[in-house]
Design a protein around this ligand. Structure first.
Ligand code: PEP
Ligand code: MG
Length: 598
């Protein structure tokens, strides 16, 4: 077999060598292409019918709720109901299932592809495009098939149990998909879509799985069962590796693991430079369960709890009590260490099933605080849960995507409302909880001095700040080469926010991926940020850099960086300095920087 090397974007460090398991398309629908035992045929037919029934019911319920002003959505739902009622889809899936004795998902998939062939031959482009509706309906049924599996006590992946650990590959994984992965079975991830800071990468890092995203040609080249190397250090996927390559990677894997053992041993020591500059290193987590990994890796608290995941992988939104229980557990496990609860940041590439998300430009649309201000009850529910949970530990609340004072005041107004309600109901809550905001929009950077007096702390979200400052969709691999964390505008923005916050006497932390980049951390230290909040897995290495560095050398580096006027000059400068000082860290960490250019 011929060795093929595919290139992508390294988003989670590490090396894995193993067999591929391909996940169906964009969703969590694991489609087995194997026949099932004839005894299971009846069950599969029943599952298929039930999934269609549930999809129908779901759409009927949705139809009842459509307000008059959204009539166009009603007609879309109507057309989807018609597709569901049309025997061409369900009938054909049933027939294929019976003929081939296969799983419902695979039968439905084939039925859709047959219909797609018919549509492809239609001349009228409008009608031809309607295949998208058939696909959307099929996706809905697929979701129910997966849920039915779960109802039967098995997770979606368990429908086709994995006996060995695998390299999971997919065209794309949404945050909602990745949450359902049976993590112990996955040794690494590779996807064809995705960019440097897409949430798939963020989750992969926190789960400590090597990952490469944006791999061109992945779906076309790689098959289930292929032997591959996923090189999460250099962004490569090597399919059917040659003997010698396997040997080299075996060695690299060994060195990587040994390095990790060494840094893990020292990870509980404080992050203090040799000349006495102390910086806090917190963890970013997506799931409450990650708190153990965060603390075990030396996290001094949780600097960013991305609370949206609890809202995303379920069909009904969580109640205040559920949220309270989850937040209370997290706050008390971490106590006396700080946990920063970021209020819901959905929209963009994080979808929650509250209303149709058909925005042409979701990253600039109804995202984060904008979404919450539009759904006040939902927002208040979460804030109440955080206020109550804060009594059980050292919690803080932080608003994402604040663009200006008006928005911040609106958010604080709802916070005050939640406090008044709890007061009136006699429900105990923390009255002195610190309130912070994320600085991730250029507008917030420019007016940082106006915002600082209104909050207790800033946390700079560089993932979005870079996206919005440079106009680069963070999930789009075609423009990922333009995602330049050390663009002079980005460096100056961060410095401006740190200085503005410090002038007002508030804490300024950085919680984007830049804070775990070995090349960028010395620059942030030179700015004297108060804390970094990073993936748990990155904490030991970043702490090691801090403990070996001096504040003076970081200030020198910052001075040079600020004096340079192009990204290439900055990257070259940083590469030389940091590589010399921290060779192991830069070798075993994936960087956001495009260092070839520098
Ligand atoms: C950021 O934008 O940098 C950030 C930390 O938030 P998220 O990645 O969740 O958007
Ligand atoms: Mg953000």
């Amino acid at each position: 077999m011929v060795q093929t090397i595919l290139h992508g974007i390294p988003v989670s460090a590490g090396i894995s060598i193993g067999k591929v398991y391909f996940m169906h398309r964009a969703g969590m629908h694991v489609v087995s292409h194997e026949p099932v035992h004839p005894d299971r045929l009846g069950y599969e037919l029943e599952r298929l019918d039930m999934a269609f029934d549930r999809a129908r019911q779901e759409l009927k319920d949705a139809l009842d709720k459509v307000p008059p002003e959204l009539k166009e959505h009603a007609s879309l739902i109507d057309s989807h109901l018609m597709i569901l009622a049309d025997p061409k889809l369900q009938g054909s899936a049933r027939r294929i299932l019976e003929e081939q004795c296969i799983e419902a998902e695979w039968a439905l998939d084939q039925a859709v592809e047959r219909i797609a062939d018919v549509f492809a031959a239609i001349e009228d482009p409008y009608i031809r495009e309607r295949i998208q509706d058939v696909r959307a309906v099929s996706e809905r049924v697929m979701n129910h098939l997966a849920l039915l599996d779960r109802d039967n006590g098995a997770a979606a992946l368990a429908a086709k149990p994995l006996s060995n650990r695998v390299v999971l590959m997919a065209n794309d994984l949404t945050p909602a998909d990745t949450i359902e992965i049976e993590v112990e079975k996955i040794m690494s991830l590779a996807t064809e879509q995705g960019g440097k800071t897409s949430h798939t990468g963020i989750l992969a890092r926190s789960l400590q799985i090597p990952a490469v995203v944006g791999v061109s040609g992945l779906c076309e080249t790689v098959k289930d069962g292929d032997l591959v190397i996923v090189d999460g250090l250099n962004g490569k996927v090597i399919v059917n590796p040659e003997e010698a390559v396997l040997g080299t990677y075996g060695d690299l894997k060994y060195q990587f693991e040994k390095y990790h053992q060494t840094i893990n041993q020292a990870c509980q020591l404080p992050a203090e430079t040799t000349d006495g500059f102390r910086i806090m290193v917190y963890a970013n987590i997506e799931l409450a369960e990650e708190v153990t990994a965060a603390l075990d890796h030396g996290g001094e608290g949780i600097g960013l709890y991305r609370t949206e995941y609890a809202f995303m992988h379920r069909r009904q939104l969580p109640t205040e009590e559920e949220l309270y229980e989850e937040y209370k557990d997290l706050a008390s496990i971490c106590a006396p260490r700080r946990v920063v609860f970021r209020t819901l940041d959905v929209g963009g590439d994080k979808i929650v099933g509250v209303e149709p998300t058909d925005e042409a430009n979701p990253a600039m649309g109804l995202r984060a605080i904008r979404f919450c201000l539009r759904h006040e009850e939902l927002f208040k529910r979460q804030i109440r849960a955080i206020l109550r949970a804060a009594l059980h530990g050292n919690a803080a609340l932080m608003f994402p995507m604040i663009s200006g004072l008006r928005e911040l005041n609106q958010a604080k107004f709802i916070l005050a409302k939640a406090q008044r309600e709890l007061e009136a109901e006699g429900v105990p809550y923390a009255k002195d909880m610190p309130i912070g905001m994320m600085v991730e929009l250029p507008s917030a950077v420019v007016i940082a001095e106006m915002l600082a007096p209104e909050v207790d702390f800033f946390s700079i979200g560089t993932n979005d700040l870079i996206q919005y400052s440079l106009g680069i969709d963070r999930t789009n691999r075609y423009v990922s080469y333009l995602y330049q964390p050390l663009h002079p505008a980005v460096v100056r923005s961060i410095k401006h926010v740190v200085d503005a916050g410090h002038r007002e006497g508030i804490e300024v932390n950085v919680c984007g991926e830049l804070a775990s980049d070995p090349y960028c951390v010395p620059i942030l230290m030179g700015m004297q940020v108060d804390g970094l909040s990073i993936a748990p897995q990155a904490i030991p290495g970043i702490k090691r850099i801090i403990r070996q560095a001096t504040l003076e050398e970081c200030k020198d580096l910052l001075r040079d960086v600020l004096a340079a006027n192009t990204v290439s000059k900055i990257n070259r400068q940083v590469k030389e300095t940091v590589f010399k000082r921290f060779p192991e860290e830069v070798m075993f960490f994936s960087s956001l920087l495009d260092l070839d250019e520098g």
